[in-house]
Design a protein around this ligand. Structure first.
Ligand code: FEO
Length: 164
């Protein structure tokens, strides 16, 4: 049985993952508008992954005989900066998600909820990967700087990302 605190945090995580999904979709729209179709593709796939994460949390609450709830999801920004700034924003967001998952794990430990601890381990590993991916993009875009040719090369490379 889920404790009230763990259930609440799991439900809040559903809304947080949905916000991340919408944020990355908004970023995909921004990149498409600026003709950086590889980056748009990367963000669109990321958006789909985040929706998948939301569903994993949602279904886990149901599997544990809890009450799954979908909270309010804020509107993401409509305007974005240069590519390096957009990816830095994505990295900052992933760090927030990591902190949220760690807080959830801490609560599951406190409540002796072993099933939630095991469930969260996948997300803890996933966050390491997601932060590394976003961080690598920030570094590579920083290296490209104002060089349009380097930017287009990175964009072309990002067209190759496909859904897992
Ligand atoms: Fe679902 Fe990128 O955290």
């Amino acid at each position: 049985m889920l404790s009230h605190s763990v259930q609440q945090l799991l439900n809040e995580q559903v809304a947080k993952e949905l916000y991340a999904s919408n944020l990355y979709l908004a970023m995909a729209g921004h990149f498409a508008e600026t003709n950086l179709m590889g980056m748009a593709n990367w963000m669109r796939i990321q958006s789909e992954e985040e929706r998948g994460h939301a569903l994993r949390f949602f279904e886990f609450v149901i599997d544990r005989n809890g009450k799954a709830e979908v909270g309010a999801v804020a509107q993401p920004p409509a305007e974005f900066g240069a590519p390096v700034e957009v990816f830095a924003q994505a990295l900052a967001h992933e760090r927030k998600v990591t902190a949220s998952i760690h807080a959830l794990y801490a609560q599951a430990l406190k409540d002796d909820d072993y099933a939630t601890q095991v469930f969260l381990q996948w997300f803890i590993n996933e966050q390491v990967e997601e932060e590394a991916n976003a961080s690598a993009m920030v570094e590579r875009l920083s290296m490209a700087g104002d060089n349009r040719a380097a930017l287009l090369m990175l964009d072309t490379e990002m067209k190759g990302r496909s859904a897992e």
